[in-house]
Design a protein around this ligand. Structure first.
Ligand code: GLY
Ligand code: MN
Ligand code: MN
Length: 432
């Protein structure tokens, strides 16, 4: 509660003299009358902790009393019998600290008034057409009142700019949650190394992850787990997770929990039978060295582009050494020949969203890392089974290693450092 009100206070001063309007994520039908699991918009949750659908949050830096207003679903004993408890307008004030709360059905009539007095309207126009219509009608209503002398918003500002900049820098309280999420994901990865063996289906490992996440109170995985054995490890977003793994194959698992609305994002790749083959080991060692170099680089002042290039250089050297990429090194780098086997970026921001918000570029240039930012470092090498240019013994091998890194004043902290990662540690963990 304290942290939510501090976030609102910080944002209120950043948007002055303005008003910010955020809508909750709409519910989504899965099929017929069944809905997808509901998850609140990260932005709305960040400022309120309120997790119900059909919610609109208004923050006004110019209002005297009603600086923080919530429109919510009202209490309704009959609906609550079907769908569960609601906070209602009373709960929105009492438990979530709103200065005022109204039933969501009153949004269209009340919103124009709430926009008055502010010269700037902060809103993420274009994300959702129906919400845009509601907002623009309210803005027009405010403008009509302006004819009678009221101040109304004449500038529309993308609400995401200031809000996402704030979300990019994690507070100690947020970092505590992220460390705990990393720990839980680590426990699951270590358990998977022990449990996987020839004859086990990928879905059993998928279930193991989901079970461990839930047992620790995580709401859900931060994204759909990827459990890819054999050639499935070379499919970047493999999600079927339904194949029986075989002796002599690698298993690539990209899975992380979401805890209290914060994501972890971890990949480990290990041999199903507990021992890397010479070819698997050669590829793995290159990815590991690339990750080491990238983590060393991921410090304040460096850019994500530099982190990526650091990983790509190590991978390029390694692949030239194995005869998988043609040298010389300088030409290979210039032509980005590594992209045949390392086709994604090394990093993204991590936070409430797995691919978290926050600008990557400033004035067209990659921005330098600063303390408080959290990023992933996740190099990989994926040699398709159809890669006719590659020696046959390397085809079908996919390796990614992904860790979560906090930039600090003195360097960085790998939040997922306890999860087995070196060849020896991984083989030991596999053998229980
Ligand atoms: N799990 C998504 C990613 O690694 O970016
Ligand atoms: Mn990632
Ligand atoms: Mn991942």
């Amino acid at each position: 509660m304290q942290s939510f009100s501090e976030r609102r206070a910080r944002l209120l001063s950043a948007i002055h003299p303005g008003v910010l309007v955020l809508f909750s994520t709409p519910t989504a039908i899965r099929n017929n009358d069944v809905e997808h699991e509901y998850r609140q918009s990260s932005d709305l949750f960040y400022l309120s902790g309120f997790d119900e659908p059909e919610t609109v949050l208004v923050l006004s830096s110019v209002a005297e009393k009603e600086k923080f207003v919530l429109f919510v679903r009202p209490r309704d004993p009959e609906r609550e019998t079907w769908d569960g408890r609601r906070a209602g307008v009373e709960g929105a004030v009492k438990d979530f600290g709103a200065d005022a709360a109204y039933p969501i059905a009153e949004l269209a009539t009340r919103l124009p008034e709430l926009l008055l007095g502010a010269s700037e309207l902060h809103y993420a126009l274009g994300r959702h057409r129906q919400q845009d219509d509601t907002l623009l009608a309210a803005l027009d209503g405010a403008r009509r009142r302006g004819r009678r002398g009221a101040v109304y918003p004449t500038r529309l500002v993308d609400a995401e700019v200031k809000l996402h900049e704030a979300r990019l820098f994690k507070t100690p309280e947020e970092l505590d949650i992220m460390r705990r999420a990393a720990q839980i994901s680590g426990e699951a990865h270590a358990a998977a190394m022990k449990s996987a063996k020839p004859g086990v289906n990928e879905w059993e490992i998928d279930a193991l992850f989901r079970g461990i996440f839930r047992r620790h109170g995580c709401e859900r995985p931060a994204y759909e787990p990827i459990v890819g054995s054999g050639v499935n490890a070379t499919i970047l977003h493999y999600r079927k997770n339904n194949r029986v793994m075989q002796d002599g194959e690698l298993l690539l698992i990209d899975a992380g929990c979401e805890l209290d609305y914060y994501a972890s994002d971890v990949t480990r790749t290990f041999p199903v039978n507990g021992r890397f083959s010479p070819e698997q080991r050669a590829i793995y060692e290159i990815v590991l060295a690339a990750q080491d170099r990238a983590i060393e680089t991921a410090k304040a002042g460096a850019t994500l582009d530099e982190v990526h290039v650091a990983s790509a250089e190590v991978i390029t050297h390694g692949l030239i050494g194995l005869g998988l990429v043609e040298g010389p090194f300088e030409d290979a780098m210039k032509e980005q020949r590594y992209k045949t086997f390392y086709m994604h970026k090394c990093s993204h921001w991590l936070g409430m969203d797995v691919h978290d918000v926050g600008a990557y570029y400033r004035d067209g240039k990659a921005r330098p890392l600063e303390p408080g930012m959290v990023l992933t470092v996740e190099p990989g090498i994926y040699i398709s089974e159809n890669a006719t240019g590659a020696a046959e013994r390397y085809r079908g091998i996919g390796v990614r290693i992904e860790d979560d890194v906090l930039v600090t004043e003195s360097g960085n902290e790998v939040l997922t450092a306890d999860i087995p990662r070196t060849v020896d540690a991984v083989e030991r963990a596999c053998q229980g």
